[in-house]
Design a protein around this ligand. Structure first.
Ligand SMILES: *[C@@H]1O[C@H](CO)[C@@H](O)[C@H](O)[C@H]1NC(C)=O
Ligand SMILES: *[C@@H]1O[C@H](CO)[C@@H](O)[C@H](O)[C@H]1NC(C)=O
Ligand SMILES: *[C@@H]1O[C@H](CO)[C@@H](O)[C@H](O)[C@H]1NC(C)=O
Ligand SMILES: *[C@@H]1O[C@H](CO)[C@@H](O)[C@H](O)[C@H]1NC(C)=O
Ligand SMILES: *[C@@H]1O[C@H](CO)[C@@H](O)[C@H](O)[C@H]1NC(C)=O
Ligand SMILES: CC(=O)N[C@H]1CO[C@H](CO)[C@@H](O)[C@@H]1O
Length: 428
């Protein structure tokens, strides 16, 4: 404890100095820092949901390099007695700029108004969670400090920057198979693609949802992973509704991408499903009737806001997009279908080079287990996401930031795409 207070005091002094050096805008300013020693937190997709420390190791000789990386429960720059140091490591021992701690991420720490079903008055804007990562220099200066954060209203918060942009010009963070979270037993390792319900995905800042719809013989609609029933669709719809009621100016793309069960949907079933969807979420739908011009570019954010709408529904079966003005044309998903990180990168890179650039598209930034993996119990979706997520952050942030439209991942808290996207969109 003695040691802790000593260093805390020392650090506070230096922090105050650092505060002036950085103009006091470290936290609210750029979040996807690429400068030497820039930090961010992620959550491991592996068992335990451990917090992961990430920092930038690409440094030039003139840079102040990070020596210590630490994890606290609050902003170390505040002089409270309640600061807890969860973990602290020597940066040089981890040349990849990555370390998995033994501190589990606790979802109950979201600020009250953002707990599901909370009736407390809403508060929009960025909110810090009680997990803070700090990088310290050799002389104990703070190089960077960042909280884990939710961004429940990032689009509207940045409306001045975003309003003239078309949807296809934005970098939109998404999830793959967004409804496949929690509550399964058999084959769970090969079915669940997310840890957090849709509500939390949206509160953290995800704005593209990939839904695969099934209809089972109890005459109800479900989210499926292939032929396996995962959960009732109405649970997903009520979370979307609750989110839009609390954050009324965000724009979400809902991609009805597959209809895996029954294997063939007849017209009646499609109409029944679309009817069901519009009964529940129709009032949020941005309709083609709301837009004067032709589609390929998609509407601008301002056009959607002016119409007072929130959801762009896209539908994999093109026929119905002609029948219902609320349904937009299918968005192509770019699938590498590989278990190798470097193949995934090459595939997505080729697509970005080739693409004609005027239609919305979704890069699927995940690895796919093979049948043999499912049989032998290797390469679970959690393991694969853990393998690829930190690479995905770097590719999007450092190499593809001008080219990507939608990017969807598994276990999205394992990468930093949301922060990267918000940053990139402010500068596009
Ligand atoms: C998670 O946080 C909540 C609220 O702060 C607390 O009551 C609970 O004990 C925590 N759970 C764990 C496992 O730490
Ligand atoms: C949220 O509220 C609804 C309606 O009151 C209720 O049916 C549901 O069980 C609640 N969900 C949770 C997770 O508390
Ligand atoms: C859904 O179907 C019912 C019964 O056919 C009809 O009355 C209703 O208008 C339809 N709703 C929508 C949103 O299309
Ligand atoms: C993925 O990340 C690992 C660990 O940082 C790195 O060694 C590897 O080169 C990366 N792979 C690609 C294809 O970028
Ligand atoms: C990109 O174009 C090259 C050359 O035309 C082609 O071989 C490749 O399959 C394309 N890749 C993708 C992902 O579309
Ligand atoms: C809880 C609290 O007092 N937070 C403050 C910590 O310090 C930062 C800046 O140094 C403030 O912005 C927070 O409000």
């Amino acid at each position: 404890m003695l040691w802790f207070h000593e260093t805390l005091l020392g650090r506070i002094v230096l922090v105050i100095l650092g505060y002036f050096l950085y103009g006091g805008c470290i936290v609210s300013g750029t979040t996807a820092s690429t400068k030497c020693g820039g930090v961010f937190l992620t959550v491991s997709s592996l068992e335990g949901s451990f917090l992961e420390l990430n920092w930038e190791t690409a440094c030039s000789p003139d840079d102040i390099t990070p020596r210590i990386i630490a994890l606290y429960n609050e902003d170390i720059r505040n002089r409270t007695q309640d600061v807890i140091l969860y973990d602290e490591i020597i940066a040089d021992n981890h040349p990849d700029g990555y370390f998995r701690t033994q501190t589990s991420f606790n979802i109950s720490v979201l600020p009250k108004y953002w707990q599901y079903n909370s009736t407390t008055l809403r508060q929009l804007g960025v909110q810090a969670l009680p997990y803070w990562i700090v990088s310290y220099s050799n002389t104990n200066d703070i190089i960077d400090i960042q909280p884990m954060r939710i961004q429940p209203s990032w689009m509207f918060d940045n409306r001045e920057k975003l309003k003239t942009q078309h949807l296809k010009e934005l970098l939109i963070p998404g999830t793959h198979d967004s409804g496949c979270y929690g509550g399964m037993s058999i084959f769970e390792d090969y079915i669940l693609t997310q840890d957090l319900p849709i509500w939390y995905q949206l509160v953290f800042g995800i704005r593209y949802l990939d839904l695969r719809i099934a209809y089972h013989n109890d005459e109800k609609f479900y989210i499926n992973h292939e032929f396996v029933r995962v959960k009732k669709l109405h649970l997903v719809y009520s979370q979307i509704k609750q989110f839009l009621d609390k954050s009324p100016s965000e724009v979400i793309i809902i991609d009805f991408h597959r209809f895996p069960f029954p294997s063939i949907w007849d017209r009646n079933l499609h109409h029944k499903f679309i009817n069901y969807t519009l009964e529940h979420l129709g009032k949020y739908a941005y309709s083609k009737d709301d837009l004067d011009e032709n589609m390929p570019q998609g509407p601008t954010m301002d056009e959607i806001w002016k119409a007072g709408k929130n959801i762009i529904f896209t539908y994999a079966e093109k026929h119905y997009t002609k029948v219902y003005p609320q349904l937009w044309e299918p968005i192509p998903q770019v699938w590498a279908n590989t278990i190798h990180v470097h193949h995934l990168k090459k595939y997505l890179e080729d697509y970005l080079k080739n693409r004609s650039n005027h239609k919305m598209n979704a890069l699927m930034a995940e690895l796919t287990p093979r049948t043999i993996d499912v049989i032998t119990g290797k390469n679970s979706l959690r393991e694969l996401a853990s393998k690829v997520n930190s690479n995905v952050t770097r590719w999007v942030r450092d190499e593809w930031n001008r080219k990507v439209n939608i990017i969807a991942s598994d276990f999205f808290l394992g990468n930093n795409i949301i922060d990267v996207a918000i940053d990139v969109n402010k500068n596009r």
